[in-house]
Design a protein around this ligand. Structure first.
Ligand SMILES: [Zn+2]
Length: 132
């Protein structure tokens, strides 16, 4: 799993520091991306066309005559799906916010992976110092 050689004759401290520096640099670069995140919102915006339920209405038989569009924000909270109705002018705001949320999640995942890599390096350094 670890890309860092575990043997004592493994990579020299200089090479190890160079990798660590590269990872640290990348971490700082990615972290700057957090500042570019706009207002965000967990969930997905759905666009729905609905039947009104009246038997005489054209929507009952013709799918192209359904009413709408109606917009809804849907997301999970505590394991339950939550639906929030959105007005047509609000829908694009939430669509953009949901996109920002996905961007934030991608960024967090990358930062998490990178942090773990750096932590492994730091742990090795701490361990090697203890053995001296
Ligand atoms: Zn109808």
């Amino acid at each position: 799993m670890s890309r860092i050689p575990v043997s004592k004759s493994g990579i020299r401290p200089v090479a190890r520091n160079a990798s660590l520096q590269r990872h640290t640099q990348r971490f700082l670069e990615l972290r700057r991306g957090l500042e570019q995140i706009e207002y965000f919102c967990k969930g997905t915006v759905l666009k729905r066309m609905m039947k009104c339920g009246k038997a005489q209405c054209a929507c009952a038989s013709d799918p192209t005559k359904r009413h709408g569009p109606y917009f809804e924000l849907t997301y999970k909270a505590n394991g339950k799906t939550v639906n929030v109705k959105l007005s047509p002018p609000a829908a694009p705001l939430y669509t953009a916010a949901a996109k920002q949320y996905r961007k934030l999640k991608t960024l967090l995942n990358r930062l998490d992976k990178l942090s773990k890599t750096i932590l492994r390096y730091q742990a090795k350094l701490a361990e090697s110092k203890r053995q001296d």
